[in-house]
Design a protein around this ligand. Structure first.
Ligand SMILES: Cc1ncc(COP(=O)(O)O)c(C=O)c1O
Length: 400
């Protein structure tokens, strides 16, 4: 037997379940908007989506918008973040979690993550609070909810707003309550890799009438619901979702519970199988979490199990075996040139290590059969056993 990267036969040549998924409901929804000749953001499908998404998250309000980045920016503005306000955010996440703070006029203050979860550490967030802190952005990384009861208590204790970046976590629950409603507002993304998608799109959920009204006004040119089209009360912009997107998303939302169950069953099986195969360590399950969507499964890479081989060489070999493991982010957010020299001296050790040693697997392998998981584990075991024959090669970080 030889590794596929050295010319051997790959463990897997068949593709995993394709993403996004669609069928007749999406096709019919699109045609119905087309035929209605009302294609814009005031199509009834938008209202239907907002109502069903709100209900799904047990929230009284959901406000749709163009994408997850502007959902977060809008939520931050609506909870009162403005020029110079500090907002605490983890650096092991997508750039939008931090740039949305800048777009709202605030200043991102990066705090480290917890190695047990890859999520923002409550203790690190507390240590980062200053008199200028206005809000905390808790990211539910990969779909695993942050410790929301603790963040809620921390925010209340210090008089801060809590905003949940739930771009990866549609429908997840923490201690019996959905994500999105623990904080003052929660933002979601419907970008094409996300758990439900119309190519692009976003949503804000909140339990507050005022925050919902502010979000709606900001996304709708400063109008008030029910007031005139040319009446503008506050500064706003056009962040609306179209009727086509909303109609597709209504159908996608109906698919989500079943897909979440499938991913959860396969994730549990993967966890069980990985007990016999060292090399990738997955964070422990937490009984406080329900409906974990497993958008990204994130692992710690253990070089020792692969004879000291660098992560990149092992991931290249796994990809050659047909398994789409990817390296995590290339660096913590604060090292991106967009922030200039602002964080030049910042070094958050767990986030740094997560960028060096983190590995993730997207949702596609979890959406199929158990035999797909068997292939994942077989490839991992093959590469581990034959790690001594690996050529040294790096793979480039990429999307989910
Ligand atoms: C954690 C996180 N927050 C926010 C976003 C932004 O969402 P969008 O791409 O819809 O603007 C993303 C998108 O990938 C994300 O991963």
């Amino acid at each position: 037997m030889e590794l596929a990267i050295n010319g051997g036969t790959p463990v897997r040549t068949r593709p995993f379940t394709p993403w996004p998924q669609y069928g007749r409901p999406e096709e019919e929804a699109l045609l119905s908007v087309l035929h209605s000749r009302a294609w814009g953001g005031y199509h009834p499908a938008v209202k239907e989506l907002e109502q069903s998404f709100a209900q799904f998250h047990e929230a009284p309000h959901a406000v749709s918008c163009a994408n997850g980045t502007v959902a977060l920016e809008t939520a931050l503005r609506a909870v009162g973040v403005g020029p110079g306000d500090e907002v605490i955010v983890p650096p092991f996440t997508f750039v939008a979690s931090a740039t949305a703070i800048l777009l709202a006029g605030g200043v991102p203050v990066f705090a480290d993550i917890d190695p047990a979860t890859f999520n923002l550490s409550v203790a690190a967030a507390e240590a980062a609070i200053t008199p200028r802190t206005r809000a905390i952005v808790a990211v539910h990384f990969g779909g695993r909810p942050a410790e929301l009861d603790a963040f809620q208590a921390l925010a209340r204790k210090h008089g801060l707003a809590l905003v949940e970046d739930a771009a990866h976590a549609h429908g997840a629950r923490w201690m019996g309550k959905p994500v999105g409603v623990w904080g003052d507002a929660g933002s979601f993304s419907f970008q094409e890799f996300k758990l439900m998608t119309a190519g692009e799109g976003g949503m804000i959920v909140t339990t507050s009438n005022e925050i919902a009204d502010r979000c709606w006004a900001y996304c709708n040119q400063g109008r008030r619901r029910g007031a005139g089209w040319f009446e503008h009360y506050t500064l706003g912009t056009n962040y609306r979702l179209s009727g086509f997107q909303a109609a597709v998303l209504c159908a996608q939302l109906r698919r989500l519970p079943e897909q979440t169950r499938t991913r959860a069953a396969n994730a549990a099986y993967l966890r069980e199988r990985l007990r016999q195969v060292p090399g990738l360590r997955v964070p422990e399950d937490d009984p406080r979490i329900e409906n974990q969507p497993h958008y990204l499964t994130t692992f710690w890479y253990d070089a020792e199990a692969f004879g000291g081989q660098p992560r990149g060489a092992v991931l290249a070999a796994l990809q050659a075996e047909g398994i789409p493991f990817k390296p995590s982010y290339p660096h913590p957010l604060y090292r991106n040139p967009v922030f200039g020299e602002a964080y030049a001296r910042l070094n958050l050790p767990v986030s740094e290590r997560a960028c060096r040693e983190g590995v993730w697997l997207g949702q596609s392998p979890l959406l199929g059969e158990r035999s797909d998981i068997d292939d994942v584990v077989e490839a991992l075991d093959k590469v581990r056993r034959m790690a001594g024959t690996l050529p040294v090669r790096e793979v480039v970080a990429g999307g989910a």
